[in-house]
Design a protein around this ligand. Structure first.
Ligand SMILES: [Ca+2]
Ligand SMILES: [Ca+2]
Ligand SMILES: [Ca+2]
Length: 180
């Protein structure tokens, strides 16, 4: 092999190494861009699902509070029938966007004489309002955004005594507070 052809071989090898490096770099850049786009999309869909569930909370809060007497019998994970007065369609496509249920808090433990929690009986005029983004059809819940079954909850507290607050002596609604 002449010196000249040896130099030509080395130059070609270096060129091929450079081209390979450039191609590899380009591939990494494309892959990074794709994954950035994907994660932006995931974040934005997740946010939409969360906002949808939060809208359910906001729209339902007043109705749930006003139906205090009808909480009983509606603590088993099914949306109360009286929730139908609330418009469930927030984007105007005539399909309900959220599903509301009530869940009792652990109100029999440990302050009352009951030692067993009774999730179907509200003993302290407090329940969780639970809002899920999606639609319930024939007992099957389908999240509005398939991979984002968002759910938000808020403790709703209602008392029968006007202008009463838990910090005052005797508590609120005979629930006995810490003040003596
Ligand atoms: Ca809708
Ligand atoms: Ca209970
Ligand atoms: Ca309760």
């Amino acid at each position: 092999m002449t010196k000249r052809s040896s130099e030509r071989g080395s130059a070609m090898l270096i060129t091929m190494i450079l081209i390979s490096a450039i191609l590899a770099g380009a591939a990494v850049l494309v892959s990074l861009q794709l994954s950035t786009n994907k994660s932006t999309e995931i974040t934005s869909t997740g946010m939409r699902a969360l906002h949808c569930a939060e809208a359910g909370l906001t729209l339902s809060r007043a109705t749930v509070a006003s139906q205090r007497a009808a909480w009983a019998g509606n603590l088993a994970g099914v949306e109360p029938s009286w929730m139908s007065v609330v418009n469930h369609d927030i984007d105007g496509d005539s399909i309900a966007d959220f599903y509301i249920t009530l869940e009792d808090d652990d109100d029999e433990i440990p302050t009352n004489t009951d030692t067993v929690n009774k999730p179907l009986i509200d003993a302290n005029q407090q329940v969780f309002l639970v809002s899920r983004c999606g639609t319930m059809v024939s007992g099957v819940f389908t999240p509005k955004y398939a991979d984002f079954p968002r759910e938000v909850r808020e403790l709703i507290s209602v008392t029968n005594v006007a202008n009463c607050y838990n910090g005052q002596k005797g508590g609120c609604g005979n629930n006995n507070n810490m003040n003596k």
